[in-house]
Design a protein around this ligand. Structure first.
Ligand SMILES: [Zn+2]
Length: 442
């Protein structure tokens, strides 16, 4: 039976009313779990449908069309709308470089009978590139199933979660279960580069709790870092390589900056960590992900640009981290005669967002944990993210929110795969949590 310490609707109230509610909840959970087991193939097929859309940055429209149609067919009040450019001026927004037009966010509401708590199930449809495709041993967009694994870009991160977000409201509706609180679905774009999608929907539709169904392998994200993308442009002087000494090679002039960034990474990791990150190996990662320099082997490189990503702890601001980066690069420039006179330029694109945490004692977190334990027989482990995720936008508004979802591997890598055996238990835990959190009216 239930953990008596769990908060939520069933532990409030008293006497026969409470036990009557408890019986209604138990009956609804039992029916939903049976439905999830009976419709396992439909869950798998829905993930496969989603994976077959190559929903890279800028190419999300088709998959969002599928999501919108699915939500409408389930009877949810559904909104499909492009974001406004004004969003980019808000704190914690980012710039992806791709216009918002014809790349909608999708939101659906399964309206409750009233008197319960509302819940958002959030998922992102955008996926990172499958490059280098030559490293894959399967078609990245094929959703091929081998045993208990489905392979494909996004099968794990996170079309697994989007499929659950679509099918749980549908199953609840099909069973004729009426919730008290509203159950909302947020299907967003740009999770992988800015977070703008969830920023937008978090401001349009609020709820009493939000769950991002990222593939956490049964763990629960209680904290994650902030992330900032930046570029460093270095000027040189192009010249014929037969007299290379008469030019200034911008690639070589980027080297002291690269060393300064390596040093900054070391310093940031030597500083005392945020309490949530104590014991995490190398929590703060500064990655130089792209370098563009020069354009011809027999020409001295006249320009060079670095594209970088830096993490920082929850509680630190974007402004203070930008200042730290600029100080490190400025010091490197001061020590070089050329760079002193030709200052490297730091600009910002992509993620510009703070991190977030959620207290494990939040009633919503404890309630999900109790259902996880009942489904799996194991304690729901807290997870700390050294990458960013969309839970933060709900947290910035004070809404309890975290990530919980299916299992798998090779996210952002070749041969990404989803553990199909994890879908049913994950759906059961989230489904039961939703029923109890929102309340069952009938
Ligand atoms: Zn993800």
């Amino acid at each position: 039976m239930r953990d008596e310490e769990v908060g939520g609707a069933m532990t409030t109230g008293n006497g026969s009313a409470a036990s009557h509610q408890n019986a209604a909840l138990e009956a609804a959970v039992g029916r939903l779990w049976a439905e999830i087991e009976a419709r396992r193939d439909e869950i798998v097929e829905t993930v496969a449908d989603l994976v077959r859309f190559p929903s890279l940055l800028g190419e999300e429209a088709a998959v969002q069309g599928y999501v919108g149609a699915h939500l409408r067919a389930s009877g949810l009040a559904t909104e499909v709308r492009d974001m406004d450019d004004g969003l980019k001026a808000l704190p914690n927004a980012g710039e992806s470089g791709v216009p918002f037009a014809v790349r909608p966010n999708v939101a659906g509401t399964l309206t409750g009978a009233g008197g319960g708590q509302s819940l958002i199930l959030n998922g992102h449809v955008d996926v990172v590139s499958a490059e280098p495709v030559s490293a894959w041993t399967r078609d990245p967009w094929g959703a091929s199933v081998e045993g208990d694994r489905m392979y494909g870009r996004g099968a794990y991160d996170m079309k697994s979660g989007v499929a659950l977000n679509l099918l749980l409201p549908r199953m609840i509706r099909d069973l004729g279960i009426v919730l008290r609180g509203d159950l909302l679905v947020h299907s967003v774009i740009e999770e992988e580069c800015t977070g703008n999608g969830t920023l937008d929907l978090s401001l349009r539709q609020r709820a009493d709790a939000a769950l991002v169904t990222e593939p956490m392998g049964g763990a629960f994200a209680v904290a994650h870092v902030g992330v900032l993308w930046f570029r460093v442009a270095v000027d040189g002087v192009a010249w014929h390589a037969m007299q290379a000494y008469r030019g200034v090679n911008a690639i070589l002039k980027a080297m002291p900056i690269l060393r300064a960034l390596e040093e900054l990474d070391r310093e940031l990791n030597e500083a005392p960590p945020h309490p949530s990150f104590a014991g995490i190996e190398h929590p703060i990662n500064l990655n130089v992900g792209v370098i563009h320099g020069g354009d011809w082997p027999s020409t001295v490189a006249g320009s060079c640009e670095l594209h970088c990503r830096l993490a920082f702890y929850p509680g630190q601001s974007v402004a203070e981290v930008r200042a730290r980066i600029e100080a490190a690069i400025g010091a490197a420039a001061d020590a070089d005669p050329w760079l002193r006179e030709h200052r490297p330029r730091v600009t910002y694109d992509g993620f510009q967002t703070e991190g977030s945490t959620v207290p494990p004692e939040e009633p919503a977190v404890r309630l999900l944990g109790a259902w996880h334990e009942r489904v799996t027989g194991e304690v729901m482990a807290p997870a700390v993210g050294t990458g960013v995720n969309d839970m933060r936008y709900y947290r910035f508004l004070g809404t309890p929110a975290g990530c919980y979802g299916a299992n798998g591997g090779n996210g952002h890598a070749a041969d990404e795969w989803l553990d199909l055996a994890s879908l049913v238990p994950t759906a059961k835990a989230i489904g039961a949590f939703a029923l109890e959190w929102c309340g069952v009216a009938r």
